[in-house]
Design a protein around this ligand. Structure first.
Ligand code: ADP
Length: 357
């Protein structure tokens, strides 16, 4: 009996070990971010984890026991299955999922010899990486574009001067003034790019101090009021009573605000009004810059804070399209938010918030 008992208990132990192995495996499969699918030699799905279901927008019970084609409804996975079966090797493909739009990297691995005929699919969401790649490509092409225009015009002016305009002092002077202007734009572009990359890489340590928002508003007002008046605009401020102090880097914060006011001046026709307002929200201080300017078309609203983004109407204005993204970075470095509301033809309201510690 003893030996029988021993056998039974060792079998029970082995079974318990199996059950606990399965539990571990299940909890890994259920909790991992990547999608896992196994299809057998008949192209039938035998296993699919919740992440894979999420990626393909399906339910687990709808997929298991179905064919790959029916279950996942993605022909690229089928092609990958066939390819990997034929080559008996690991194969990879990128899949675009239409809605919600996502890029998935799918790797198929034959499970031979242990599970001969089965193919294991690993699906990784690479949407973020893809987006970063696209942003980087756009960035390089935008920088080149922004540099090309002033450089082309500098070249043109220099050529005209060389071809004889130099001998006519009046003309020559106006050409030189244009050159000076273009160079000024180039310097501004390079400085803004440097500033942006410094902020983004976290190289600018914030020198935070306790200040009252009214100080910020008044300072920005003093710096911009002349520019506004010169363009025939009324600049006003309004600060709620008893504003709490905020813990910020005053120079950087002011720069974020000045960028907004500068834009308001640029994009408002003479006779218009601009108001800088500070108010207390829940756990935050909110600063608004409201203008009665040309406004921003709805389609541009969500992209306006991107680097180099300009609306069509402002293409002719000078400006680099970097100001708002600098403001956004500065505000976010202070754990704040920045947003905009606008009605084309009536005006825009840019706002940002700074948390009260
Ligand atoms: P820049 O002003 O140098 O072109 P910004 O990043 O500061 O770059 O602004 C991006 C774009 O957003 C502008 O080109 C303009 O089209 C739009 N914009 C910004 N502020 C305003 C505003 N107050 N009114 C209308 N359009 C604005």
């Amino acid at each position: 009996y003893d030996s029988v008992n021993e056998k039974i208990s060792s079998l029970l132990n082995a079974q318990a070990a199996l059950v606990s192995d399965k539990k571990v495996l299940d909890s890994i499969l259920n909790n991992m971010n990547d999608g896992i699918v196994i299809a057998n030699a008949d192209e039938t799905i035998t296993l699919i984890n919740p992440s894979a279901c999420r990626i393909f927008g399906i339910e687990q019970h709808q997929a298991i026991g179905r064919s790959l084609a029916e279950g996942l409804r993605n022909y690229k996975v089928n092609e990958l299955y066939t390819k990997s079966r034929r080559s008996s090797k690991q194969e990879m493909v990128s899949i675009e999922i239409p809605s919600p739009k996502a890029f998935i990297q799918c790797i198929a691995t034959p499970l031979a010899p242990e599970m001969s005929g089965d193919i294991l699919f690993l699906m990784q969401d690479i949407t973020k990486i893809r987006q970063l790649e696209i942003i980087r490509q756009d960035f390089v092409s935008n920088v080149s574009h922004e540099l090309r225009t002033p450089l082309a015009s500098l070249k043109l002016i220099a050529e005209t001067l060389l071809e004889g305009a130099l001998n006519e002092p009046k003309v020559a002077k106006s050409f030189l003034e244009s050159m000076d202007n273009e160079i000024e734009n180039l310097i501004q572009l390079v400085e803004e790019l440097l500033e942006l990359s410094r902020i983004e890489s976290g190289q600018v340590p914030l020198e935070k101090k306790w200040i009252n928002p009214s100080l910020l508003v008044n300072h920005a007002y003093e710096r911009m009021v002349l520019m506004a008046e010169r363009k025939g605009l009324k600049l006003k401020t309004e600060v709620q009573n008893n504003m709490p102090d905020i813990y910020v880097d005053p120079t950087r914060m002011e720069q974020a605000l000045i960028n907004l006011v500068h834009n308001a001046i640029k994009f408002t026709e003479p006779g218009g009004k601009i108001e800088i307002r500070a108010e207390k929200g829940e756990n935050e201080v909110i600063i608004h810059v409201e203008d009665t300017g040309i406004g921003i078309p709805p389609k541009d609203l969500e992209r306006i804070f991107e680097r180099f983004y300009k609306t069509d109407r402002s293409r002719t204005e000078d400006g680099t399209g970097l100001g708002l993204s600098i403001s956004k970075h500065l505000v976010e470095a202070h754990n704040g938010r920045i947003w905009v509301e606008s009605q084309p033809g009536f005006g825009s309201k840019f706002s940002f918030s700074i948390p009260i510690k």
